[in-house]
Structure formats: C-alpha cells, structure tokens
Write a protein that binds this ligand. Structure first.
Ligand code: GDP
Ligand code: IMO
Ligand code: MG
Length: 423
C-alpha cells in the first residue's frame, strides 16, 4: 500500500479529517503539504473530538509519523496549542511530529493584512478565514517570506523581520490600523522558537526512503478542488494549490508516486465564504441540510451554504486530480429527505456548459440540471456494510457512481471514525 492522497473534491469541509483518521490505521506517514490553519479537519475517535488545523489528522495512530511538509504555512501559536491539545488527550507527539524548515511562517502582520484587505473590499470580500493565508502566500511568491529555518538564525530573522516591518507597517498605517512593534514580535518569536525547535527536521529523505520501501504514505489534502488558486472560482479561492499536483512543490514528492487519489465529497454540497455555488439551496431544504448536517465551520464557526450534490464539479475534480476513487460522507444527513436531487450538469441559456467553460461570474449564472431520486426515510447512521443500507440509499449511491464515473470506495454514515462502509 504505497502512496495515497486524500483530497477535497468540492469546496472544502468534505469530511477529509474523518477519512484520514480511518485510513491512517495502516499508514507509516501522514503528510500535510499545503494550506495552513485555515483548514479545520474534524476527527471523532476513541481519544475524543478534535478540530485539526495544522497537525495531520492521522496523528492518532501510534506508529504513524505526522509530517508538516514545506508547502504548509504555519502559525506557530496555533501549532503549539494543537500540540498541547493532543497532549491533554493522551497523544504525545514529541517523537512523531516533523516540521519542515522550509515552511513559511504566518506572521502577526499577515493576519492583520488579511482582515484589512477584506474590509477594504467590503461587499466584494472573499470571505477568508482571517488566518493570514493570502498575505503569507503573497509574501512567499514575492520573495518576502520568513521561513521556519530563518527562525533558527537569530541575525537573519532580525534582519528579515526589520525589513518586512518597514514595508508592512507602512501599509498597515495607511489602512488606518496600528503598526507592529519589532521588539514585541522578536520576544514572542524567540519564546515560540524554543518550543518548536525539537520538531524541525527536513522530511524529504524520510519520505523518499519510505516511498522506495513501499511504506504506506498518506498525503492529507486541505480545502478542496474548487478553492484551488488556479482552477477554483477565483477570486473566491484560497492561496495554495489544492489539486493533486500540489504534492510535488508542497512535499517534494512526484505525483507519479501516488497509487490512489481518493476524492472526498459529501452526499450533498456545501461551501463557506463567498463565490458562485450553482446548486445552492436558499430555501427551507437548504436550511434543513444546514441544521441536520450541523453545517457550521470547524475553523470559524460560520454557517456553511448548502445545496444538492453537484456531479459536474466532481467529474471535473476527477479529471484534474486523477481521482481513482471517491469517499462519500454524511449519507446519514439525507435520511429524512423524501426526495433528493443530483445535479447532472449545467446549462446556460438552454445549452449545456461544462465547469471549465465558465469563469466565476458565468458560473454564478448557469442552471443546474437535476435528476430527482427517491429518499429512503430511514436511518443509515452508523451502518458499516453496503448491503445493510436501505435500497433507495444504495440506488442513490450507485447513481452518483454512474454520473461521476468514479467508483465509490468508502461511504461515511456518521461523524465517528468507525461509522464507515468500505466497499
Ligand atoms: P474536513 O475539513 O474535510 O475535514 O471536514 P470538516 O471536519 O470541516 O467538516 C465535516 C463535518 O462533518 C465535521 O463536523 C465531521 O465531524 C462531520 N462528518 C464527517 N463525516 C460525517 C458523516 O458521515 N456523518 C455525519 N453526520 N457527520 C460527518
Ligand atoms: P478544510 O481543509 C472550507 C475558504 C474560506 C474562503 C476562502 C479563502 O477544512 O476543508 P483563506 O482563509 O484560505 O484565505 O480563505 O477559502 N476556505 C475553506 N473552506 N474548508 C476549508 O478548509 C477552507 N479553507 C479556506 O472560507 O472562502
Ligand atoms: Mg474543514
């Protein structure tokens, strides 16, 4: 069982954390390779309930080494809080967490700038998580970033910080906010450095050795395909590459190393933040999905927008990521719906149109074409075998498989890790 990638097939929050916790039972390594603490991956297992933001969701298994690879942007305070949270729950990561020295640091000014840009955009805002993700990536690609390795070199860190504060404080003051004190940031970061230092190690040779020995390496995608900076609904996207190719620049591993690319999708669709959403339900049904599915963000607590399953999106996710299988989560949330719709494709002024033929404003105007399926009106909660599912639920899943043209390998029937069907 060599390398597999678990990736969001929609707009994030598909239930990746749960699937990764389940699959990591056999994993030697679990690797986060992009995004930052904008991610919130929920895991509910024998240790408790956790919202994982930076440490990979596979950390709960004794023999699994958790790697935060170079593509991840790190807020050190959040990382240390997460280490503490795990310690309290009985998981000691001191011998099993590796942080790449190449990761970029989310600095306090990135978070302030994120919020100032959103305020300046007003109604046109992206609806970011406010964690500094856009600004830290902007600094990375414009050669203004500060890396974890810089933190280990006091002189270099001070020089880089001084230069950045000259630039950032100018912008921050112009936008009417309070500038940062160099001394305060230095003091805070030198304290954080002490705690983080034992975890810093280049994971590249470990991952390549593991792949060569055919060990099981699990890559944990964050966000989702349609939040990708290039292929998502720009500018209502995130700053990183969320599609499968991201493992090369984010973890130093060739995409050809992957034997499985598992796309995770809910049995319906959700999105948090702004941007087009063709199957969004702004009616009672959407509200029922939100309440039944407890659709409130794991990172910001914001209500998620809800709609029917969108096969056009998932087919595109298959093509661009090379999905080999699907995991369908939250089937149980549909238990009380008498009719369930599947969007089989879009039209624009009566003519069929594909996702890739749209730009963001146009995607906001397409009309979904629906196929209506019969609901099952009985509980699927906690079911662990396909044959035990009510007949209409099986028909629904087989229809999803047919329309997306992707085999469904896992069906999740509850939030707990063991509430799952493996086919
Ligand atoms: P992620 O970001 O992709 O890891 O997903 P989130 O954790 O942000 O959101 C998924 C939510 O759905 C979490 O609250 C999970 O506990 C929950 N969840 C995942 N799978 C299932 C399922 O099959 N049934 C139910 N009822 N909840 C689920
Ligand atoms: P997980 O890994 C859902 C969304 C934000 C916003 C846009 C940009 O839990 O699936 P950012 O803070 O990244 O600059 O925000 O991206 N977003 C997510 N939506 N799940 C996530 O992560 C997300 N991470 C970012 O809501 O629309
Ligand atoms: Mg999430």
């Amino acid at each position: 069982m060599p390398a597999s990638l678990i990736i969001g097939a929609c707009w994030g929050d598909e239930g990746k954390g749960k699937i990764i916790d389940y699959l990591s039972k056999t994993a030697d390594y679990v690797v986060r390779f992009h995004g930052g603490n904008n991610a919130g991956h929920t895991v509910i297992n024998r240790f408790g309930k956790f919202a994982m933001h930076l440490i990979p969701s596979g950390v709960f298994n004794k023999k699994t080494i958790a790697v935060v690879a170079n593509g991840v942007v790190i807020d050190l305070e959040v990382l240390l809080d997460e280490i503490q949270m795990l310690k309290k729950a009985g998981i000691d990561v001191s011998q099993k967490l590796i942080i790449s020295p190449r990761c970029h640091l989310i600095m306090p000014y990135h978070k302030v700038l994120d919020n100032l840009y959103e305020q300046a955009k007003g109604e046109k805002k992206t609806g970011t998580t406010g964690r500094g993700i856009g600004p830290v990536h902007a600094d990375k690609v414009s050669y203004n970033g500060i890396l974890v390795s810089d933190l280990l070199d006091t002189k270099l860190f001070k020089e880089k910080l001084r230069l950045q504060l000259n630039l950032k404080n100018t912008i921050i003051k112009a936008l009417g906010a309070k500038p940062f004190s160099e001394k305060e940031i230095l003091n805070a970061f030198f304290l954080l450095r002490k705690k983080i230092k034992p975890f810093i190690q280049e994971p590249y040779p470990l991952l390549h050795e593991a792949l060569a020995k055919k060990r099981h390496v699990l890559f944990e995608g964050a966000q989702g395909t349609f939040l990708d900076n290039n292929w998502g609904t720009y500018p209502f996207v995130t700053a990183s590459t969320t599609v499968s190719g991201g493992i090369t620049h984010g973890a130093g591993v060739p995409a050809s190393a992957l034997s499985t690319v598992l796309g995770v999708t809910k049995a319906y669709t959700t999105r948090v933040g702004e941007g087009p959403f063709p199957t969004e339900l702004l009616d009672k049904i959407g509200e029922k999905l939100r309440q039944t599915g407890n659709e409130f963000g794991a990172t910001t607590g914001r209500p998620r927008r809800c709609g029917w399953f969108d096969a056009e999106l998932v087919r595109f996710a298959k093509e661009i990521n090379g999905l080999t299988h699907l995991a369908v989560t939250k089937l149980d949330i549909l238990d009380t719906f008498p009719n369930i719709k599947i969007c089989t494709g879009y039209t624009y002024y009566g003519k069929p149109i594909k996702y890739y033929q749209t730009d963001t404003p146009l995607l906001g105007k397409v009309k979904p074409v629906y196929k209506t399926m019969k609901g099952w009106l009985s509980s699927t909660k906690g079911i662990t075998s396909f044959s035990q599912l009510p007949h209409p639920a099986r028909i629904y899943l087989l229809e999803l498989e047919k329309i997306t043209r992707i085999p469904i390998a896992y069906i999740s029937t509850g939030a707990k890790t063991d509430e799952i069907i493996k086919r």
